[in-house]
Design a protein around this ligand. Sequence first.
Ligand SMILES: Cc1cc2nc3c(=O)[nH]c(=O)nc-3n(C[C@H](O)[C@H](O)[C@H](O)COP(=O)(O)OP(=O)(O)OC[C@H]3O[C@@H](n4cnc5c(N)ncnc54)[C@H](O)[C@@H]3O)c2cc1C
Length: 563
Amino acid sequence: MKRDLNELENTEFDIVIIGGGIFGACAAWDATLRGLRVALIEQGDFCGGTSANSFKMVHGGVRYLQHADIYRLRYSCKERSALLRIAPHLVTPLPIVIPTYGYGASGKAFLGAGLYLYDLLTLDRNRGISDKERKIPLTQFLSRKKILELFPDLKQDGLTGGAMFSDGQMYNPTRLVLAFIQSAVAAGAKAVNYLEAVGLERSGDRVTGVQARDTLTGNLLSIRARVVVNTAGPWAEHFLGDAAKMPLEAKGTYSRDACFVVNRRLPGKQAVAVLGRTRDPDAVLSRPARHLFLVPWRNFTLVGVWHVVYDKHPDKVDVPAQDLESFIDEINWAYPSLNLTLKDVRMWNAGLVPFGINEPGATNLSYGKRSNLIDHRKTHSVDGMVTLIGIRYTTARADSAKAIDIAVAKLGVQAPRRDSSSTPIMGGDIPDFEDFVRQSMTKQRLGIDSGVMRALAHNYGTRLDHVLAYTEKDPSLAQTLGDSTVIKAEVIHAIQHEMAVTLADIVFRRTDLATGGNPGDQILRDCADLAAHELGWTNDQREAQLQEVYKRFPAFESEIAAG
Ligand SMILES: Cc1cc2nc3c(=O)[nH]c(=O)nc-3n(C[C@H](O)[C@H](O)[C@H](O)COP(=O)(O)OP(=O)(O)OC[C@H]3O[C@@H](n4cnc5c(N)ncnc54)[C@H](O)[C@@H]3O)c2cc1C
């Protein structure tokens, strides 16, 4: 992938997509699979927005059973299956244990009945998934003894046992977005990062393209397209109001969703769901409170998710220490033996997600239920423009395909269609992942550790060869950066082939270096040295790039790194 702005200016596209999060990435892939000429532009780095901050769950929709929303349950489950099928390297099943207490809504009978029903409603959940390790198993019920073997520190008062169901987990959300974009680019689409849409080109009541600004140079350019698809996530409404001068009549409500990574390691590979303090107002089949999840993540634990109505600009999203303290308070109440303090927080993730209708100041908040798909011919009498404000990473593929359906109708073309729910994305043509890891280990002669090879196989899938090719020319590039699982070749590959432009692009979005928090000063400096050599940074520029990376870690995190 190369940042070629001339090509963008000199081509007339069928579709230009604004925003390189998961919704834009899926839209680009789906449109390219239909043989359309597609461009995607992203104001920052690909997957630099909400999608990078997700809780990494690929939801099978079990939660919607409580809401008696069977349509959404089935929709979500189908999308979980699709991702397990087309991206088996980047999505894996995650077993989740729910402890049961007493005989009421938190009891075994109630939960068991619900999960049996869920298993029945999702009997087709493994259709088309060849890899047995990627199949979602049936729910298992656990005795009190068994659950305490798995999680010895659970609250024991009234504990009767538990249930274990599985959902999907993304291995790396930013690389999953990138894989969709790379797939589109390999099939002919053009994608450019650090290019912001600042206005629309119009001819009367038709949109004919996008005015864009290269945020690296300040240069302006225009991109001609017959249809514009706005997938700018929580920025979409701002683009419509400020740049496109087509504000939405009813402004959306957004939640700042947040989660964080803590310095604890769960005993096994299973996640655990514990009851928090807030109620779920959408629950028809009511359980007493919302679940909080503790999920194994790298060598640490990911905890979340918290929601709060947020009316500031998406650029302003942050999680102040006092909010983290209140989350810690709730999780310590729900799982006392964790005994977390602020200093255990290695990293937080947050972003804005469309919410349901809520009274100002409400504490039991209603979630948003569907992505918002807008044809501006209907809302503003302006043709050639579609906006999709997505609600869940999990359903981005199917929701984006609907947006492209509208775009195709506008284009008036008979687009032949390859199905994005069954065509493997870049690196994902792997019938048996474990076998692929074994074979990759056998083939290599550079002594790469099996844990490192596994991480490479997850992140690059069948494109692993492209990364390892660097190590054949220069075996020193097979070395890892410190004790991380990231080899030096990945840094060079990110710059030469994946359009990484800044150190933050490499550290947060191309490699696993900071997916569990600050990997340590030496690793960051070694990575910066490699990037500086490749990109010709001066010492001052290298230092400035490092400072940008440090800013992303919580301030108190530097105290932890310093011991
Ligand atoms: C803490 C948290 C946990 C979550 N957990 C889950 C989960 O476990 N599972 C799940 O399914 N979902 C989860 N979600 C929801 C999910 O992350 C979002 O629904 C999804 O990422 C939204 O994707 P998007 O592409 O619409 O938005 P984004 O990822 O924000 O992408 C929009 C992009 O548009 C770009 N952009 C904006 N304006 C412009 C412009 N003018 N020109 C060019 N580019 C522009 C932005 O820079 C951004 O990169 C979670 C969300 C959060 C915040």
